[in-house]
Design a protein around this ligand. Structure first.
Ligand SMILES: Nc1ncnc2c1ncn2[C@@H]1O[C@H](COP(=O)(O)OP(=O)(O)O)[C@@H](O)[C@H]1O
Ligand SMILES: O=P(O)(O)OC[C@H](O)CO
Length: 493
């Protein structure tokens, strides 16, 4: 009987189920967008129940469309948007509030308070992160501050916390298994990346009860089985849980120190594998856990960009500049340049390398000559400029020469973006045959755990290389205007 690995790739914008065969071909895929709410300026929320139902829906669709029998699924691997936090009632399984999304700035004042108390150095030393609303800790604190009853219940272990991986596994397992993996735990601001355990001192500082936290396991690991009623009567082993950016790093084959990838999804994320070494950034990057396989832990340096593809979603849904995001390539290519327009997409402040949570998004350089094609082009270019900002920091922190960039994520379908990125970085930008690298990473990590694949069987093929076509001088001049645009936005507060 031919066996398959099923990956659930739960991203911020959409959830996909992808069925892979032994040759790592995508046999079937199903996708569902998730609602994102913006109830107040800077707030970003989702409904954890909707996310769970989306997982069930895409899993079922893939099994039905592929016509395989459920028992042919050797294992499930789960990758997920990181940091997004939910608390739920342990008895009823109902979320106690909306899930607070990683992009949300609603916990800024809590973070400001922690900074004032002088917590920053200790947090950085233990977690590799910084005090910022991006990470889970202040989101948990926010929910407690809003609801004293939830906090009281949490202290008695009657409320559980999870990032989306924990939530999905808890639901899939029939409310039996409350776990996370090291890559997800390392994004909470509560996890010590040196000892690989929840940190009691941090928990005390943030006043978060330990009993709400999931058990932390390796990334590639036989966690539990699905409750049979969720999977066509079958108990399927869940053999990987991994943060989506770390999954993409693995899926791209960046197994050794120095391997680097760039993903353009809802946000933009450049990660470099630093092997067993935790590299401390001096240039606004994060140190994080890449994955744990058996006893071996790999770390990574990360540049997190808060808004990348979600700028295109905003232009589509709120500004209604186009109906289909696919059209943006032709729109951008229909004009020679942006006509002097720059967009700084600081909708939720700026992440790496600026970490400016008060900065607001702006469109600069408008004249009557500017039309919607210029705006769309400026939006795509902003995704590339932000990646260059991060790459420069990565170069300095890693002291590694970076000569090409492998890319993935939803916006990678856009040839204009990748050509512009190659021109800007003055290096080849390489796209893969499949764009499902995040799902593939989760599948590979699950397949390793259940013996479906061995490490030397893992690989992925490139399909297209974009090489620089514009001169360094021309691109440097555009980039220096971008830097001016960022400075202008940062000074407007
Ligand atoms: N052709 C395209 N050009 C530019 N952006 C795109 C294109 N297709 C999708 N996107 C953007 O990519 C994002 C989706 O990428 P994806 O990797 O699926 O995100 P996530 O994992 O966060 O759900 C959306 O924000 C969307 O606007
Ligand atoms: O939804 P994505 O793919 O942009 O990923 C979100 C990140 O995991 C947030 O840290």
């Amino acid at each position: 009987m031919q066996k398959y690995i099923l990956a659930i790739d739960h991203g911020t914008t959409s959830t996909r189920a992808v069925l892979f065969d032994k040759a790592a071909n995508v046999v079937e895929i199903a996708q569902k967008e998730t609602t994102i709410s913006y109830p107040h300026p800077g707030w970003v929320e989702q409904d954890a129940n909707e996310i769970w139902l989306a997982c069930l829906a895409v899993m079922s669709e893939v099994i039905l469309k592929s016509k395989i029998s459920p028992e042919q699924v050797a294992a499930i691997g789960i990758s997920n948007q990181r940091e997004t936090s939910v608390l739920w009632d342990a008895l009823t399984g109902l979320p106690v509030s909306p899930a607070i999304v990683w992009q949300s700035k609603q916990t800024k004042s809590i973070c400001d308070g922690w900074k004032k108390k002088g917590y920053e150095d200790i947090v950085k030393a233990k977690t590799g992160l910084r005090i910022d609303p991006y990470f889970s800790a202040s989101k948990i604190r926010f929910i407690f501050d809003q609801n004293a009853d939830v906090y009281e219940k949490a202290k008695k272990g009657e409320v559980l916390f999870g990032t989306m991986d924990s939530w999905i596994v808890w639901k899939l397992s029939g409310s039996l298994t409350h776990i996370t993996d090291v890559s997800n735990a390392s994004r909470t601001l509560l996890f010590n990346i040196h000892t690989l355990s929840w940190d009691d001192e941090l928990l005390e500082m943030f006043d978060i009860p330990k009993c709400i936290l999931p058990e932390v396991k390796p990334t590639s690991y036989a966690y539990c089985k699905t409750a049979s009623y969720h999977f066509f009567g079958q108990e399927v082993p869940i053999c990987c849980v991994v943060g989506d950016q770390q999954a993409a790093l693995f899926g791209q084959g960046c197994f050794g120190a120095g391997g680097i990838k760039n993903t353009y999804g809802t946000g933009g994320f450049m990660l470099m594998n630093t092997g067993k070494r935790i590299v401390e950034s001096k240039n606004g990057l994060l140190s994080t856990v890449a994955w744990q396989i058996g006893d071996q832990v790999d770390y990574a340096l990360e540049g997190s960009i808060f808004v990348s593809g979600s700028l295109m979603k905003w232009l589509r849904d709120q500004m209604q500049l186009f109906e289909n995001t696919k059209d943006t390539q032709a729109m951008a290519e229909s004009v020679e340049n942006t006509n002097g327009v720059y967009i700084v997409p600081a909708f939720v402040g700026l992440g790496a390398p600026y970490w400016d949570d008060a900065c607001q998004a702006s469109i600069l350089g408008l004249t009557f000559g500017a039309n919607k094609n210029h705006i769309v082009r400026a939006a795509l270019e902003s995704m590339a400029y932000q990646s260059k900002d991060v790459l420069e920091a990565m170069r300095q922190d890693s002291q590694i020469e970076i000569t090409s960039m492998k890319v993935d994520g939803g916006a990678c379908a856009n040839d204009f973006l990748l050509q512009f990125q190659s021109d800007l970085l003055q290096m080849p930008v390489q796209r893969f045959k499949t764009n499902e690298l995040t799902a593939l990473g989760a599948a590979y990590l699950a397949g390793l755990s259940c013996g479906y694949w061995t490490k030397d069987e893992l690989g992925v093929e490139l399909s297209k290389e974009f090489v620089p076509e514009k001169s360094k001088e021309e691109m440097d001049s555009l980039y220096s205007n971008w830097k001016k645009a960022v400075k202008t936005c940062q000074s407007y507060k």
